[in-house]
Design a protein around this ligand. Structure first.
Ligand SMILES: [Zn+2]
Length: 291
């Protein structure tokens, strides 16, 4: 018995209506499993075209209600398509370079203000991570642009010397002063012999005496006198209050020279009692023979 095509169509429609949810679920499952077929895609596209606003509203609503889920989805999507998206972005930037750069420039001040701390931190970290590279680059630039570098420095100095420098000095007055004091103290302590040598030579010059001597001359003299006072032969002390005195045998004031051969090392007691007297005269007075 041949079937009535109309009756078949009706039956099919009835079946579909009765089992709508089940069938929809089945087709969704199929689509999920195999991807939409060409025809499904076409019908979906037509549907989307017709219901664009509605669909978008639904999606917005869903996103609003499932923020965490949406974020996770976005993240996963991004991770899945990372290379593709990066390539796309890169291509876009390359193609619209001037536009993109102009936009960035325009936004930069606001961005810098907003992300001050981050930028600072990032810059510091970047410098730490690329220190050698950065230093080398700067050095190469300086070498290649020596004149420009000098000129730049000069201009910077001229531009800021009156304000910046003075402001800094003013703000750090006490610190600078005490640092300098500390430095001088330490330097004096570490180079005492040198200071004494310098001071003796200067004194001699100011008295119009000829010649000069060095730390080394003094140390040689010390060895030559076997570490004993040239007059009383007491053991000479090298440091502290009782330190030996460097004496001019023939006093500078009486025309003696400042050359090493006119110098002797005396214990403080001998030197102080000698005063400005000539050594020979003093030795005679004290019943000692000077040689
Ligand atoms: Zn002595």
């Amino acid at each position: 018995m041949a079937r009535d095509p109309e009756a078949v169509k009706r039956a099919k429609t009835k079946y579909r209506e009765r089992n709508r949810d089940e069938l929809n679920a089945k087709s969704r499952e199929k689509a999920r499993q195999y991807g939409p077929t060409e025809s499904r895609r076409c019908s979906w596209e037509r549907y989307r075209e017709a219901h664009r606003e509605e669909i978008n509203a639904r999606r917005r609503e869903r996103r609003r209600n499932n923020k965490d889920e949406t974020a996770a989805e976005n993240k996963a999507n991004y991770a899945r398509n990372r290379d593709k998206r990066r390539a796309y972005s890169k291509a876009y930037v390359m193609e619209h370079r001037d536009e993109v750069l102009a936009k960035r420039r325009e936004r930069r001040p606001e961005y810098a203000r907003k992300h001050q701390d981050y930028i600072k931190r990032y810059g510091k970290q970047y410098y730490q991570d690329h220190k050698d590279e950065i230093k080398l680059k700067a050095q190469l630039w300086r070498e290649a642009n020596r004149e420009r570098f000098r000129e730049k420095n000069r201009q910077y100095y001229l531009r800021t010397k009156d304000t910046k420098r003075r402001a800094y000095d003013e703000a750090n007055k006490e610190r600078i002063r005490s640092t300098h004091r500390e430095y001088l103290k330490k330097h004096y302590k570490d180079n005492k012999e040198l200071y004494l040598e310098y001071s003796r030579n200067r004194k001699a010059r100011s008295k119009g005496a000829d010649g000069k001597h060095t730390m080394k001359d003094i140390s040689e003299l010390f060895n030559k006198q076997r570490g004993l006072c040239a007059t009383c032969k007491v053991k000479l002390i090298k440091t502290g209050k009782s330190r030996y005195h460097v004496d001019h045998v023939h006093p500078l004031i009486k025309g003696g020279s400042n050359w090493p051969d006119n110098i002797q090392l005396l214990c403080p007691k001998c030197n102080l009692s000698k005063g400005q007297k000539d050594a020979e005269q003093w030795a005679k007075e004290n019943g000692l023979l000077f040689c």
